[in-house]
Design a protein around this ligand. Structure first.
Ligand SMILES: [Zn+2]
Length: 170
């Protein structure tokens, strides 16, 4: 097991745009293992590389329910090629913003392209929680957090709450 430290908002590494991956080598396999171990250890459904301080375009996700088999996806250089007009509302949280959950609406169905760990292009359709999770993780690769989807006033309230709790920790 290689559980890494998850970096927390407002660490500037979370706000950077991550770079495209072009080498599908052992280092990438190691990075993906770090992400997988760290995600499962934290009981998360998704984890993006910037959250362990690495600004590269890779994330892992597993939105299977507890009564289902594990269903892990390693997603590299993702793109959304199509999205539904219909939206899906979900109370999101983020391992990098502990203690905060907010309802966010995003396209319910998305068609995506990405590369797997071998560099093979995958084209898939995701819906509901899988769609929400994919979009949330893709946002991380673009330096965007789920609270950036909130209305300005709401976002301010959340930020104040965050600041208060991080001061308490010190
Ligand atoms: Zn997140």
């Amino acid at each position: 097991m290689a559980v890494k430290k998850i970096i927390l908002y407002p660490n500037p590494l979370l706000l950077k745009t991550s770079t495209k991956i072009d080498k599908f080598d052992e280092n990438l396999v190691t990075l993906s293992k770090h992400l997988i171990d760290t995600m499962y250890d934290a009981d998360g459904v998704g984890l993006a590389a910037p959250q362990i301080g690495i600004n590269k375009r890779i994330f892992v996700m597993d939105c299977s329910r507890e009564d289902e088999e594990k269903d892990l996806r390693i997603v590299i250089n993702p793109e959304i090629v199509n999205e539904s007009e219909e939206l899906h509302l979900y109370k999101e949280g983020c391992l990098s913003i502990p203690g905060i959950t907010e309802e966010i609406s995003r396209p319910k169905v998305i068609e995506v392209m990405y590369q797997d760990i071998n560099g093979v292009t995958q084209r898939k359709t995701y819906d509901n929680l899988w769609s929400t999770c994919f979009q949330h993780e893709l946002d991380h690769l673009n330096g965007k957090l789920f609270i950036d989807h909130l209305r300005p006033m709401k976002k301010l309230l959340v930020k104040n709450k965050m600041n208060k709790s991080s001061k308490k920790d010190r």
